[in-house]
Design a protein around this ligand. Structure first.
Ligand code: CTP
Length: 366
């Protein structure tokens, strides 16, 4: 755990950071909660610099020994609009109330900054030991369905399983989804889950019907596994390769690049066969790597052939060569390059001289 030089009987590490420490995993952000008013507390810390205050949420960012640290006040949250951001109330409430607003027992542990003692109101320690994900109350998924995807994320990241009642609550919710939810939050969890690049996550996502949170249209698991291709080629937007296969993800807020990846795939997917390597190259030309890997769900052999072989076959002839042959620039240039490529794909050993011969043939010079 990151060393924080702050000790106070009312100050606790909370949530993921405590879980990760118990699991012996590195934690990227450290959540600290102060039982009482964190803003007032921050002002009493010697040599502190207050960087940012969020009065309504009772949170404060401080700088101490060149390090920025966020401290939250304990708070209660309610979900007046199910599936949306909660309303914050009861700032400065007892630690137990702050704990009880959380998603799973394994995320509901606190650790005193003063004594190092673990506070466990919900059985989180046992659940960590037994690798169990358990919600704190039966309305947890109704309040916040993104927790279903969080459970999937934690199950993959840590090898945890849902306890029986939590699985039952998940199934019940998925049979009766309220689509009026925050898709921005859902997307954040989908990105974190599927960027793990796990076929097992995708199988659970589809087979357990979790995908229905995104797309009401039914979908069957493609019979291919492209985890290894993703590992080999390391595309930037891994998550969209998985989630973009669903029949309808229009509810998710996508970036321009993510939208292009999915739109290109949807156009490409009707193309179920190619008659030549040249056709494959032309179809994949200008597409993002993500779109090409998604096409594995239609024809994996073609994708493997393209990524491992065809895309490295390039012609050497340039526009300058054609100018030197006395050909005026026109759209015929591209047709000529394609003509050469088509030959080169059949015979990758073609050298530049042979390519120029082909160009001359194309323009009827010889
Ligand atoms: N939390 C929750 N419901 C959510 C999101 C978060 O109850 N939908 C609570 C959990 O107690 C969680 C804490 O808020 O531990 C902090 O959230 P976040 O930083 O998103 O989760 P971490 O558990 O730290 O997970 P990660 O390691 O993926 O950041």
């Amino acid at each position: 755990m990151k060393i924080i030089n702050l000790q106070d009987k009312n100050l606790f590490f909370i949530g993921g950071v405590v879980r990760d420490e118990l699991l012996g995993k590195e934690s990227f952000d450290v959540d600290l909660t102060y039982v009482g008013n964190a803003i007032e507390y921050a002002k009493t810390i010697p040599d502190v610099q207050i960087v940012q205050i969020n009065e309504p949420f009772g949170t404060v960012r401080i700088k101490l020994n060149d390090e920025e640290i966020d401290i939250a006040s304990t708070r209660v949250e309610t979900y007046p609009q199910k599936g949306h951001l909660p309303c914050v109330c009861g700032i400065g409430c007892p630690l137990k109330d702050d704990i009880m607003r959380r998603d799973f027992t394994v995320n509901a542990l606190a650790k005193s900054t003063l004594t190092g003692e673990i506070v466990d109101y919900t059985g989180g320690l046992d659940d960590i030991k037994n690798k169990i994900l358990r919600v704190l109350h039966d309305k947890s998924f109704v309040d916040d369905p993104t927790r279903i995807v969080r459970a999937l994320k934690f199950s993959i990241r840590f090898g945890f399983e849902l306890d029986e009642n939590t699985k039952k609550l998940q199934d019940e919710y998925l049979k009766n989804i309220n689509y009026d939810m925050s898709y921005k939050r859902l997307k954040k969890e989908l990105v974190e889950t599927f960027n793990l690049n796990s076929q097992a996550a995708f199988e659970k996502f589809i087979n357990e019907g979790i995908y229905k949170l995104v797309s009401a249209k039914s979908f069957e698991l493609p019979k291919v596994n492209f985890e290894h291709l993703i590992r080999e080629f390391n595309p930037e937007n891994i998550w969209i390769i998985y989630v973009g296969l669903l029949p309808d993800i229009s509810a998710l807020p996508l970036t321009k690049v993510e939208k292009k990846i999915v739109d290109d795939f949807n156009k490409l997917k009707n193309n179920k066969s190619f008659d030549s390597d040249f056709e494959i190259c032309k179809a994949f030309e200008g597409l993002n790597l993500e779109t090409i890997i998604m096409y594995c769900s239609i024809n994996k052999d073609i994708v493997e052939k393209y990524l491992h072989k065809l895309r490295y076959i390039k012609i050497e002839t340039t526009g300058k060569d054609l100018v030197e042959m006395g050909i005026n620039p026109s759209s015929k240039y591209q047709q000529c390059f394609d003509f050469i490529l088509e030959h080169k794909l059949k015979n990758p050993e073609l050298n530049k001289v042979q390519e120029v011969e082909l160009a001359k043939r194309f323009f009827g010079i010889i």
